[in-house]
Design a protein around this ligand. Structure first.
Ligand code: ADP
Length: 212
């Protein structure tokens, strides 16, 4: 069965590391897997991504930010995610609707119900079958994210959320944990503070139980 799996967590929690490992694991078992990231995954989405993650010319209004993310999502769901799932390909996405609720809702303070409604509209009601929330302390995530950036050629900074202070990331983390508490069947929390291989094993177990 083609599953729609999403990875969530604060910056530096280990999402891309674990997504790559899970993709390889599933492909090794003969499954067709498509890995995507939000915002992005379509031409429109990648263009908006560069606006969202690099814009420093003027402050971005939180509602403008919300709708840019939702525009990317609507495009990704209709052009890529739905057709892939219908064709039997499992889709793994780095961030989805929970990110918007955690960052724009809990982090920026936008009305949670409004964010939720925008999410439902943009995703056309599509919900992940399973969401892996890699829980990580804000300080640890930021430390990792900064050292990752430092190791990139030229030290390029791609993500504007990495410039937010630690209290913002704490609110986002707490928001994620609330989301997980409200939807325990869908959102599975793993401890991101452990070894990469241990976390990978735990995620494989979660996905297997979900029917992959
Ligand atoms: P994210 O995609 O959530 O921002 P990444 O997967 O890019 O996070 O990980 C950020 C950095 O932390 C990378 O340099 C990665 O190698 C490292 N990292 C990931 N998981 C762990 C872990 N469990 N323990 C220590 N370092 C980790």
């Amino acid at each position: 069965m083609a599953l729609f799996i999403t990875f969530e967590g604060i910056e530096g929690s280990g999402k891309s590391t674990q997504m790559e490992l899970l993709k390889r694991h599933m492909e090794g078992r003969g499954m067709e897997v498509l890995a995507l990231r939000e915002p992005g995954g379509t031409r429109l989405g990648e263009r908006v991504r560069s606006i969202l993650l690099n814009s420093s010319e003027e402050p971005v209004d939180p509602w403008a930010e919300l709708f840019l993310y939702e525009a990317c999502r609507a495009q990704l769901v209709s052009l890529v995610i739905r057709p892939s799932l219908e064709a039997g390909t499992t889709v793994i996405c780095d961030r989805f609707t929970d990110s918007t609720l955690a960052y724009q809702g809990y982090g920026r303070g936008l009305d949670l119900e409004a964010v939720d409604r925008a999410n439902v509209l943009a995703a056309g009601g599509l919900k992940p079958d399973i969401t892996v929330l890699i829980d990580c302390e804000a300080e640890e995530g930021l430390r990792r994210a900064w050292s990752r950036i430092g190791s990139k050629e030229g030290g390029a900074r791609e993500d504007r959320f990495e410039r937010e202070d630690v209290s913002f990331h704490r609110r986002v983390r707490d928001g994620y944990l609330r989301i997980a508490g409200a939807e325990p069947d869908r959102v599975k929390v793993v401890d991101g503070g452990g070894e990469i291989s241990t976390i990978h094993r735990e995620i494989c177990y979660i996905i297997k139980k979900a029917g992959a």
